[in-house]
Design a protein around this ligand. Structure first.
Ligand code: G4F
Length: 329
């Protein structure tokens, strides 16, 4: 029997990788897209033409019910969110509604749709290492106390516990993946890794000279998004739903990312191109983020395949190719 999956946030980096993964496994894939004439629809159509697009909004429960009725999914992956942490201080209420309350809306829509047969839909919630914020232990694992440090992190904590609550209250097969930072050439240019890879390519090609950044000493546990969507799928194939930390277990600073990226294009004295600008510093920064994914490695048989250095060079190479093609070189 062909399995069916519904992905919210299908036009984002993770939605795009996950849709291709599920299609390669023979799934019929439905993607929920927000808004009329959403400019991202042609992007997903080109990336994975087999994905069937449905319109709906995490803030509009009736649209979620309609999407469930049309797609009749075996699995729902909730990747939709306002996901840019820096933006969440300026838009705390909207972030809380979409990233937090949106999770409740989709969980409740699934409960209403499934009725007495609550087990017929498996649910994945995209939780985040931002929930650890002011970290209470290093490395962080599933049992680490959550202490979010941004409105985004607070909203993710709400969604995380609501997912656990639906599992415990209704017996829903609802799992939560506490994913540490995961990047790729599909990452939005507002995130630091892609902001750097675009700038490094442009500086190497003589198209730009300077790059303004915030805190260069911030450290993250950075993995490859293509590896992380595999973990999402594996969670929903388990007999029992559960929560899993997904991470590499290694942490690097923004400065180290810059060093590898610039050296990859033959620029060793990169400091002369990089400036720190107060506008890119955050009102509160998370502490040392580094994840312990032992549970996922032992239970799901998952481990990351792409190293930090491979990730950085993959992103720089992709932006070099994009910039060259844009310049007609
Ligand atoms: O790339 P970032 O904006 O990612 P951040 O805030 O860690 O969040 C990402 O990962 C989370 C998982 O833990 C997700 F939940 C979330 O949705 C998102 O995908 O920033 C990374 C670090 C920060 O410490 C930031 O202060 O880079 C530092 N940074 C330094 N200069 C900068 C900049 N970040 C951005 N975006 N832009 C800068 O110029």
């Amino acid at each position: 029997m062909t399995k069916r999956a519904l992905i919210t946030g299908v036009t984002g980096q993770d939605g795009m990788y996950l849709s291709r993964l599920l299609l390669s496994k023979g799934y019929e894939v439905y993607g929920l897209v927000r808004g009329q004439n959403n400019p991202k629809i042609p992007v997903i159509n080109e990336w994975a033409p087999e994905v069937k697009i449905l319109t709906g909004d995490l803030l509009d429960q009736s649209s979620l019910l309609r999407a469930l009725n049309s797609s009749k999914p075996d699995e729902v992956y909730n990747l939709g969110a306002i996901s840019f942490v820096a933006y969440s201080w300026e838009n705390a209420q909207l972030t809380s509604q979409v990233t937090g309350l949106g999770v409740l809306n989709i969980l409740e829509a699934i409960r209403l749709y499934a009725g007495d047969d609550i087990g017929k839909v498996r649910f994945y919630q995209a939780s985040s290492s931002e929930m650890f914020g002011r970290v209470q232990e290093v490395p962080q694992k599933e049992t680490t106390l959550l202490w979010p440090r941004s409105p985004y992190g607070v909203a993710k904590v709400f969604g995380h516990y609501m997912t656990i609550n639906y599992r415990e209250s209704y017996g829903m097969h609802a799992s939560s993946g506490v994913l540490f930072n995961h990047e790729s050439p599909l990452r939005g240019p507002e995130f630091v890794t892609r902001k750097i890879s675009v700038a490094v390519a442009r500086i190497a090609l003589g198209l730009q000279d300077q790059l303004s950044l915030g805190n260069l000493d911030a450290k993250r546990d950075w993995g490859f998004a293509g590896d992380y969507v595999e973990a999402m799928w594996r969670m929903l194939q388990q007999d029992e739903a559960d929560d899993y930390v997904i991470s590499t277990g290694e942490t690097y600073s923004v400065r180290q990312y810059l060093d590898i990226a610039f050296n990859h294009v033959g620029i060793a004295d990169w400091e002369k191109h990089v400036f720190q600008d107060p506008q890119f510093f955050r009102p509160a920064e998370v502490d040392l983020l580094i994840g312990d994914s032992t549970k996922a490695r032992e239970t799901l048989g998952w481990k990351p395949a792409v190293s930090f250095e491979e990730l950085v060079t993959m992103m720089v190479d992709a932006d070099m190719a994009r910039e060259k093609s844009a310049q007609g070189k």
